[in-house]
Design a protein around this ligand. Structure first.
Ligand SMILES: NC(=O)c1ccc[n+]([C@@H]2O[C@H](COP(=O)([O-])OP(=O)(O)OC[C@H]3O[C@@H](n4cnc5c(N)ncnc54)[C@H](O)[C@@H]3O)[C@@H](O)[C@H]2O)c1
Ligand SMILES: [Zn+2]
Ligand SMILES: [Zn+2]
Length: 345
Protein backbone atom coordinates (compact mmCIF):
# COMPACT_ATOMS: atom_id res chain seq x y z
CA UNK A 1 0.00 0.00 0.00
CA UNK A 2 0.96 3.62 -0.45
CA UNK A 3 1.70 5.63 2.72
CA UNK A 4 3.12 8.98 3.81
CA UNK A 5 6.03 8.06 6.09
CA UNK A 6 8.91 9.69 7.99
CA UNK A 7 12.10 8.15 9.38
CA UNK A 8 13.13 10.93 11.72
CA UNK A 9 11.34 13.65 13.68
CA UNK A 10 11.31 16.94 11.78
CA UNK A 11 12.85 15.04 8.82
CA UNK A 12 11.48 14.63 5.30
CA UNK A 13 8.12 12.92 4.77
CA UNK A 14 7.93 10.71 1.69
CA UNK A 15 5.34 8.66 -0.18
CA UNK A 16 6.41 5.00 -0.12
CA UNK A 17 5.10 1.52 -0.87
CA UNK A 18 4.98 -0.77 2.20
CA UNK A 19 3.31 -4.11 3.03
CA UNK A 20 -0.45 -4.05 3.57
CA UNK A 21 -1.44 -4.30 7.26
CA UNK A 22 -3.03 -7.39 8.82
CA UNK A 23 -5.76 -7.18 11.46
CA UNK A 24 -4.83 -8.07 15.05
CA UNK A 25 -6.94 -10.71 16.84
CA UNK A 26 -9.37 -8.02 18.08
CA UNK A 27 -8.83 -5.56 15.22
CA UNK A 28 -9.86 -4.78 11.66
CA UNK A 29 -8.26 -3.36 8.54
CA UNK A 30 -9.98 -0.36 7.00
CA UNK A 31 -9.65 0.95 3.45
CA UNK A 32 -9.15 4.66 4.13
CA UNK A 33 -11.53 6.90 2.17
CA UNK A 34 -10.73 10.22 3.87
CA UNK A 35 -8.34 11.50 6.55
CA UNK A 36 -8.14 14.98 8.09
CA UNK A 37 -4.86 16.83 8.54
CA UNK A 38 -4.46 18.16 12.08
CA UNK A 39 -2.03 20.16 14.20
CA UNK A 40 -1.64 17.02 16.37
CA UNK A 41 -0.01 15.35 13.30
CA UNK A 42 2.48 18.21 13.29
CA UNK A 43 3.14 17.76 17.05
CA UNK A 44 3.86 14.06 16.36
CA UNK A 45 6.21 14.83 13.48
CA UNK A 46 8.02 17.41 15.62
CA UNK A 47 8.81 14.70 18.20
CA UNK A 48 6.42 15.96 20.91
CA UNK A 49 4.70 12.57 21.35
CA UNK A 50 6.71 9.92 23.21
CA UNK A 51 4.40 7.14 21.91
CA UNK A 52 5.64 7.47 18.33
CA UNK A 53 8.14 4.84 17.19
CA UNK A 54 10.10 5.52 13.97
CA UNK A 55 9.66 5.00 11.08
CA UNK A 56 6.14 6.31 11.35
CA UNK A 57 2.99 6.78 9.27
CA UNK A 58 0.85 9.60 10.72
CA UNK A 59 -2.91 10.21 10.26
CA UNK A 60 -5.69 9.76 12.80
CA UNK A 61 -8.86 11.53 11.54
CA UNK A 62 -10.12 8.74 9.35
CA UNK A 63 -13.19 7.26 7.79
CA UNK A 64 -13.39 4.26 5.51
CA UNK A 65 -14.70 0.78 4.81
CA UNK A 66 -13.84 -2.39 6.73
CA UNK A 67 -12.08 -4.87 4.41
CA UNK A 68 -10.73 -7.46 6.89
CA UNK A 69 -11.74 -8.69 10.36
CA UNK A 70 -9.60 -10.19 13.16
CA UNK A 71 -10.69 -13.64 14.34
CA UNK A 72 -12.08 -12.46 17.70
CA UNK A 73 -14.03 -9.42 16.47
CA UNK A 74 -17.73 -9.94 17.23
CA UNK A 75 -19.64 -6.82 16.23
CA UNK A 76 -18.31 -5.85 12.82
CA UNK A 77 -18.22 -7.19 9.29
CA UNK A 78 -16.55 -6.39 5.99
CA UNK A 79 -18.09 -3.60 3.97
CA UNK A 80 -19.31 -1.48 6.90
CA UNK A 81 -18.64 2.28 6.68
CA UNK A 82 -16.89 3.42 9.86
CA UNK A 83 -14.85 5.98 11.72
CA UNK A 84 -12.95 5.81 15.05
CA UNK A 85 -12.15 8.25 17.84
CA UNK A 86 -8.43 9.04 17.79
CA UNK A 87 -8.10 7.61 21.33
CA UNK A 88 -9.19 4.00 21.26
CA UNK A 89 -9.81 2.22 24.57
CA UNK A 90 -8.64 -1.32 25.34
CA UNK A 91 -12.09 -2.20 26.70
CA UNK A 92 -10.87 -3.87 29.88
CA UNK A 93 -8.91 -1.40 32.08
CA UNK A 94 -10.53 0.43 35.00
CA UNK A 95 -11.26 3.53 32.91
CA UNK A 96 -12.72 1.62 29.96
CA UNK A 97 -14.94 -0.36 32.31
CA UNK A 98 -16.34 2.88 33.73
CA UNK A 99 -17.02 4.12 30.17
CA UNK A 100 -14.09 6.54 29.95
CA UNK A 101 -12.20 5.00 27.03
CA UNK A 102 -10.81 8.47 26.19
CA UNK A 103 -8.39 8.11 29.12
CA UNK A 104 -7.76 4.34 28.80
CA UNK A 105 -4.59 3.00 30.43
CA UNK A 106 -3.63 1.14 27.23
CA UNK A 107 -4.71 3.53 24.49
CA UNK A 108 -4.66 2.63 20.83
CA UNK A 109 -4.17 5.80 18.79
CA UNK A 110 -3.80 5.40 15.02
CA UNK A 111 -1.09 7.75 13.79
CA UNK A 112 0.52 7.86 17.26
CA UNK A 113 0.80 4.51 19.10
CA UNK A 114 0.52 2.70 15.74
CA UNK A 115 0.77 3.51 12.04
CA UNK A 116 -2.04 5.78 10.98
CA UNK A 117 -4.25 6.62 8.06
CA UNK A 118 -2.22 8.74 5.66
CA UNK A 119 -2.23 5.41 3.91
CA UNK A 120 -4.44 3.34 1.64
CA UNK A 121 -5.20 0.94 4.51
CA UNK A 122 -5.00 1.19 8.29
CA UNK A 123 -5.19 -1.48 11.02
CA UNK A 124 -7.38 -0.55 13.99
CA UNK A 125 -7.12 -2.54 17.23
CA UNK A 126 -9.89 -3.22 19.80
CA UNK A 127 -12.50 -2.88 17.05
CA UNK A 128 -15.52 -3.89 19.15
CA UNK A 129 -14.84 -1.11 21.65
CA UNK A 130 -13.91 1.66 19.24
CA UNK A 131 -15.44 1.45 15.79
CA UNK A 132 -18.38 3.71 15.01
CA UNK A 133 -20.76 3.03 12.12
CA UNK A 134 -21.45 6.09 9.96
CA UNK A 135 -25.06 7.19 9.57
CA UNK A 136 -26.24 6.59 5.95
CA UNK A 137 -26.56 10.32 5.30
CA UNK A 138 -22.96 11.10 6.40
CA UNK A 139 -20.32 10.90 3.67
CA UNK A 140 -16.68 9.91 4.24
CA UNK A 141 -15.42 13.46 3.92
CA UNK A 142 -17.79 14.77 6.61
CA UNK A 143 -16.92 11.82 8.86
CA UNK A 144 -13.19 12.55 8.56
CA UNK A 145 -14.04 16.18 9.32
CA UNK A 146 -15.36 15.02 12.71
CA UNK A 147 -11.76 14.04 13.18
CA UNK A 148 -10.33 14.37 16.60
CA UNK A 149 -11.29 18.02 16.65
CA UNK A 150 -15.07 18.04 16.42
CA UNK A 151 -15.43 15.12 18.85
CA UNK A 152 -13.02 16.66 21.36
CA UNK A 153 -14.75 20.03 21.10
CA UNK A 154 -18.10 18.27 21.57
CA UNK A 155 -16.93 16.53 24.72
CA UNK A 156 -15.23 19.73 25.90
CA UNK A 157 -18.29 21.95 25.46
CA UNK A 158 -21.04 19.53 26.47
CA UNK A 159 -19.57 17.01 28.94
CA UNK A 160 -16.77 18.99 30.54
CA UNK A 161 -18.06 22.55 30.13
CA UNK A 162 -21.75 21.64 30.57
CA UNK A 163 -22.58 24.75 28.54
CA UNK A 164 -26.26 25.71 28.56
CA UNK A 165 -28.36 27.95 26.31
CA UNK A 166 -28.40 30.86 28.77
CA UNK A 167 -24.59 30.99 29.05
CA UNK A 168 -21.69 32.58 27.17
CA UNK A 169 -18.56 30.75 25.99
CA UNK A 170 -15.24 32.21 24.82
CA UNK A 171 -13.30 30.20 22.26
CA UNK A 172 -9.60 31.07 22.00
CA UNK A 173 -8.32 29.97 18.59
CA UNK A 174 -10.60 29.44 15.58
CA UNK A 175 -8.94 26.50 13.85
CA UNK A 176 -10.50 23.04 13.58
CA UNK A 177 -11.14 22.68 17.33
CA UNK A 178 -12.36 26.24 17.82
CA UNK A 179 -14.70 26.30 14.81
CA UNK A 180 -16.17 22.98 15.96
CA UNK A 181 -16.71 24.38 19.47
CA UNK A 182 -18.40 27.48 18.03
CA UNK A 183 -20.89 25.42 16.04
CA UNK A 184 -21.60 23.12 18.98
CA UNK A 185 -22.12 26.07 21.33
CA UNK A 186 -24.50 27.70 18.84
CA UNK A 187 -26.30 24.36 18.52
CA UNK A 188 -26.84 24.50 22.28
CA UNK A 189 -28.13 28.07 21.91
CA UNK A 190 -25.37 29.79 23.91
CA UNK A 191 -23.66 33.11 23.11
CA UNK A 192 -20.20 32.78 21.59
CA UNK A 193 -17.18 35.07 21.71
CA UNK A 194 -14.52 33.88 19.23
CA UNK A 195 -10.89 34.99 19.44
CA UNK A 196 -8.13 34.58 16.84
CA UNK A 197 -5.16 36.50 15.50
CA UNK A 198 -6.28 36.35 11.89
CA UNK A 199 -9.13 38.41 10.40
CA UNK A 200 -9.80 35.62 7.91
CA UNK A 201 -10.29 33.06 10.69
CA UNK A 202 -12.44 35.49 12.68
CA UNK A 203 -14.57 35.90 9.56
CA UNK A 204 -15.08 32.14 9.23
CA UNK A 205 -15.92 31.99 12.95
CA UNK A 206 -18.57 34.66 12.39
CA UNK A 207 -19.96 32.77 9.38
CA UNK A 208 -20.25 29.63 11.52
CA UNK A 209 -22.26 31.49 14.14
CA UNK A 210 -19.99 33.38 16.58
CA UNK A 211 -21.87 36.35 18.07
CA UNK A 212 -18.72 38.39 18.72
CA UNK A 213 -15.22 38.16 17.29
CA UNK A 214 -12.02 39.55 18.79
CA UNK A 215 -8.74 39.90 16.91
CA UNK A 216 -6.11 39.28 19.61
CA UNK A 217 -3.45 41.23 17.74
CA UNK A 218 -5.32 44.52 18.04
CA UNK A 219 -7.46 44.15 21.17
CA UNK A 220 -6.92 43.50 24.90
CA UNK A 221 -8.58 40.08 24.85
CA UNK A 222 -9.48 39.72 28.55
CA UNK A 223 -10.86 43.23 28.82
CA UNK A 224 -12.94 42.78 25.65
CA UNK A 225 -14.35 39.45 26.91
CA UNK A 226 -15.27 41.00 30.27
CA UNK A 227 -17.05 43.88 28.52
CA UNK A 228 -18.91 41.71 26.01
CA UNK A 229 -20.02 39.23 28.66
CA UNK A 230 -20.67 41.74 31.45
CA UNK A 231 -18.04 40.44 33.83
CA UNK A 232 -16.72 37.20 32.37
CA UNK A 233 -17.85 34.06 30.55
CA UNK A 234 -19.31 30.87 32.03
CA UNK A 235 -17.16 28.56 29.93
CA UNK A 236 -13.91 29.25 28.10
CA UNK A 237 -11.75 27.07 25.87
CA UNK A 238 -8.09 27.16 24.89
CA UNK A 239 -8.41 25.74 21.40
CA UNK A 240 -4.78 26.43 20.49
CA UNK A 241 -2.45 25.29 23.28
CA UNK A 242 -0.31 28.31 24.11
CA UNK A 243 0.43 30.08 27.38
CA UNK A 244 -1.23 33.27 26.03
CA UNK A 245 -4.49 31.60 25.02
CA UNK A 246 -4.60 29.48 28.16
CA UNK A 247 -4.14 32.48 30.49
CA UNK A 248 -6.52 34.67 28.48
CA UNK A 249 -9.07 31.88 28.76
CA UNK A 250 -8.73 31.53 32.54
CA UNK A 251 -8.63 35.29 33.14
CA UNK A 252 -11.77 35.88 31.05
CA UNK A 253 -13.94 33.62 33.24
CA UNK A 254 -16.70 34.85 35.52
CA UNK A 255 -16.77 33.48 39.08
CA UNK A 256 -17.37 29.69 39.12
CA UNK A 257 -16.52 29.58 35.39
CA UNK A 258 -14.98 26.57 33.67
CA UNK A 259 -11.77 26.61 31.62
CA UNK A 260 -11.47 23.76 29.12
CA UNK A 261 -7.94 22.95 27.91
CA UNK A 262 -7.96 21.21 24.55
CA UNK A 263 -4.92 22.66 22.79
CA UNK A 264 -1.80 20.58 23.41
CA UNK A 265 1.03 22.42 25.13
CA UNK A 266 4.61 22.16 23.95
CA UNK A 267 7.12 21.98 26.80
CA UNK A 268 7.89 25.69 26.77
CA UNK A 269 4.20 26.55 27.23
CA UNK A 270 3.21 23.74 29.58
CA UNK A 271 5.15 25.24 32.49
CA UNK A 272 2.94 28.32 32.62
CA UNK A 273 1.87 29.69 36.01
CA UNK A 274 -1.87 29.03 36.42
CA UNK A 275 -3.28 31.87 38.59
CA UNK A 276 -4.22 29.62 41.50
CA UNK A 277 -5.27 32.48 43.83
CA UNK A 278 -7.93 33.36 41.24
CA UNK A 279 -8.93 29.69 40.89
CA UNK A 280 -9.52 29.51 44.64
CA UNK A 281 -11.13 32.92 45.21
CA UNK A 282 -13.44 32.63 42.20
CA UNK A 283 -14.06 28.88 42.47
CA UNK A 284 -12.90 28.33 38.90
CA UNK A 285 -12.74 24.89 37.35
CA UNK A 286 -9.77 23.89 35.17
CA UNK A 287 -10.67 20.89 33.03
CA UNK A 288 -8.95 18.91 30.29
CA UNK A 289 -10.71 17.27 27.39
CA UNK A 290 -9.14 14.34 25.55
CA UNK A 291 -11.03 12.96 22.56
CA UNK A 292 -14.38 11.26 23.09
CA UNK A 293 -15.55 7.70 23.60
CA UNK A 294 -16.96 5.73 20.66
CA UNK A 295 -20.16 5.00 22.62
CA UNK A 296 -20.95 8.75 22.73
CA UNK A 297 -21.06 9.11 18.93
CA UNK A 298 -24.76 8.19 18.47
CA UNK A 299 -25.73 11.00 20.88
CA UNK A 300 -23.42 13.39 18.98
CA UNK A 301 -24.83 12.32 15.58
CA UNK A 302 -28.28 13.05 16.96
CA UNK A 303 -27.13 16.48 18.18
CA UNK A 304 -25.62 17.26 14.75
CA UNK A 305 -28.80 16.35 12.92
CA UNK A 306 -31.23 18.04 15.31
CA UNK A 307 -29.23 21.29 15.46
CA UNK A 308 -28.58 21.31 11.70
CA UNK A 309 -24.79 21.60 12.00
CA UNK A 310 -23.28 21.19 8.52
CA UNK A 311 -19.92 19.47 9.04
CA UNK A 312 -18.84 20.21 5.46
CA UNK A 313 -18.80 23.95 6.29
CA UNK A 314 -15.50 23.52 8.14
CA UNK A 315 -13.79 21.59 5.33
CA UNK A 316 -12.16 24.27 3.23
CA UNK A 317 -9.62 22.16 1.32
CA UNK A 318 -9.22 18.61 0.00
CA UNK A 319 -5.82 17.25 -1.04
CA UNK A 320 -4.28 13.96 -2.18
CA UNK A 321 -1.97 11.67 -0.19
CA UNK A 322 0.92 12.91 -2.37
CA UNK A 323 0.43 16.41 -0.97
CA UNK A 324 0.72 15.39 2.72
CA UNK A 325 4.55 15.75 2.79
CA UNK A 326 4.13 19.36 1.68
CA UNK A 327 1.28 20.36 4.01
CA UNK A 328 2.01 18.50 7.28
CA UNK A 329 5.28 20.24 8.27
CA UNK A 330 3.60 23.63 7.82
CA UNK A 331 0.50 22.95 9.96
CA UNK A 332 1.79 25.12 12.83
CA UNK A 333 1.90 28.18 10.57
CA UNK A 334 -1.91 28.19 10.80
CA UNK A 335 -2.01 29.63 7.32
CA UNK A 336 -5.31 28.29 5.97
CA UNK A 337 -8.79 28.64 7.50
CA UNK A 338 -10.88 25.55 8.26
CA UNK A 339 -10.01 21.87 7.93
CA UNK A 340 -7.94 20.16 5.22
CA UNK A 341 -8.88 16.56 4.39
CA UNK A 342 -7.05 13.98 2.25
CA UNK A 343 -9.62 12.30 -0.01
CA UNK A 344 -7.54 10.67 -2.73
CA UNK A 345 -4.99 7.98 -1.99
N1 LIG B 1 -7.10 17.42 23.67
C1 LIG B 1 -7.36 16.73 22.58
O1 LIG B 1 -7.87 15.62 22.66
C2 LIG B 1 -7.11 17.36 21.26
C3 LIG B 1 -7.86 16.97 20.17
C4 LIG B 1 -7.67 17.64 18.96
C5 LIG B 1 -6.71 18.63 18.84
N2 LIG B 1 -5.99 18.96 19.93
C6 LIG B 1 -5.05 20.09 19.88
O2 LIG B 1 -5.82 21.28 19.81
C7 LIG B 1 -5.03 22.33 19.26
C8 LIG B 1 -5.78 23.04 18.16
O3 LIG B 1 -5.91 22.19 17.03
P1 LIG B 1 -6.48 22.78 15.66
O4 LIG B 1 -6.40 21.67 14.69
O5 LIG B 1 -7.76 23.48 15.88
O6 LIG B 1 -5.34 23.87 15.32
P2 LIG B 1 -5.37 25.05 14.25
O7 LIG B 1 -3.97 25.36 13.90
O8 LIG B 1 -6.33 24.71 13.16
O9 LIG B 1 -6.00 26.27 15.08
C9 LIG B 1 -5.33 27.08 15.98
C10 LIG B 1 -5.87 28.52 15.83
O10 LIG B 1 -5.34 29.34 16.87
C11 LIG B 1 -5.13 30.64 16.31
N3 LIG B 1 -4.23 31.42 17.15
C12 LIG B 1 -2.86 31.48 17.11
N4 LIG B 1 -2.42 32.32 18.08
C13 LIG B 1 -3.50 32.79 18.75
C14 LIG B 1 -3.70 33.69 19.84
N5 LIG B 1 -2.67 34.26 20.48
N6 LIG B 1 -4.97 33.93 20.25
C15 LIG B 1 -6.03 33.34 19.64
N7 LIG B 1 -5.90 32.49 18.60
C16 LIG B 1 -4.66 32.21 18.16
C17 LIG B 1 -4.62 30.34 14.90
O11 LIG B 1 -4.72 31.46 14.04
C18 LIG B 1 -5.51 29.17 14.49
O12 LIG B 1 -6.70 29.63 13.85
C19 LIG B 1 -3.72 21.65 18.83
O13 LIG B 1 -2.77 21.81 19.86
C20 LIG B 1 -4.11 20.20 18.71
O14 LIG B 1 -2.99 19.36 18.81
C21 LIG B 1 -6.17 18.36 21.13
ZN1 LIG C 1 -8.73 0.69 28.63
ZN1 LIG D 1 -6.57 15.52 14.96
Amino acid sequence: MKVAIYNEFQGPISIANVSDPNPSEFGVVIKVEACGLCLSDWHGWMGHDPDIVLPHVPGHELSGTIIEIGRNVKNWSEGQRVTVPFVGGCGSCTYCLEGNQQVCDFQFQPGFTAWGSFAEYVAIDYADVNLVELPDEMNFLEAAGLGCRFITAYRGVREQGKLTSDQTIAVHGCGGVGLSAIQIAKGIGARVIAIDISDEKCKLARELGADFIINATTTDVVQAIKELSKGGVHVSMDALGHSTTCLNSINGLRKRGKHIQIGLMTESHAALPIPMPLVVANELEILGSHGMQAHKYPEMFNFISTTGIILGNMITKTISLQEVPFHLPKMHQNSSSGITVVNSF
